[in-house]
Design a protein around this ligand. Structure first.
Ligand code: NI
Length: 178
């Protein structure tokens, strides 16, 4: 396994709509293993393939904390089947270091996709896991969490971030970077 380079905003690959996988082979599984290692090394709680420069629909998530151990989730071609409620919470992203902002997301989601072996899976999630799933699936559609901010907040982000003075606004996210 290898730790891959994480692409940072405004890298073009982060804006592209990723392609679904038609076959899952050893190469796919090696990529997944590298993504998992890269996520843990960052450290982050989620990673999408475009964040390592691969425009394919694969995400990995592990929202474990010191208090609670959670399973590693690997999803190929994930799709949100159902979404309900909404909640505002602070978010960060491994591709946008040192910037955090509150984003509105569905409170709970049902997501279907394929696991590392290509077997169909269905995940019912709420709280942080639901947020991470939505954040990572957004990455597959070329959408970053800053795209979901109000126009004023987004303009503020762009000005500050591109001048690399964003650390002045940085906070510590309880949820970790996804
Ligand atoms: Ni992200």
């Amino acid at each position: 396994m290898a730790v891959l380079e994480i692409r940072k905003y405004p890298d073009e690959v982060l804006k592209k709509k990723a392609l679904p996988l038609e076959t899952i082979n050893g190469e796919t599984q090696r990529l997944i293993d590298d993504m998992v290692e890269t996520m843990y090394a960052a450290p982050g709680i989620g990673l999408a393939a475009p964040q390592v420069g691969v425009s394919k629909r694969i995400i990995v998530i592990d929202v474990s904390s010191r208090e609670e151990q959670m399973p590693l989730i690997v999803l190929i071609n994930p799709e949100i089947e159902e979404a309900g409620g909404f909640v505002d919470s602070e978010e960060g992203c491994l591709s946008i270091p040192e910037f955090y902002s509150s984003v509105r997301r569905a409170e709970r989601v049902v997501v279907k996709g394929l696991d590392r072996e290509g077997k169909p899976v269905r995940i019912e999630a709420c709280d942080l896991l639901a947020r991470a799933l939505q954040h990572e699936i957004d990455h597959l559609d070329g959408v970053l969490f800053v795209d979901r901010l109000s126009t004023i907040k987004r303009e503020f982000f762009k000005k500050r971030y591109l001048k690399r003075t964003v650390s002045a606004t940085a906070g510590v996210s309880a949820g970790g970077k996804i």
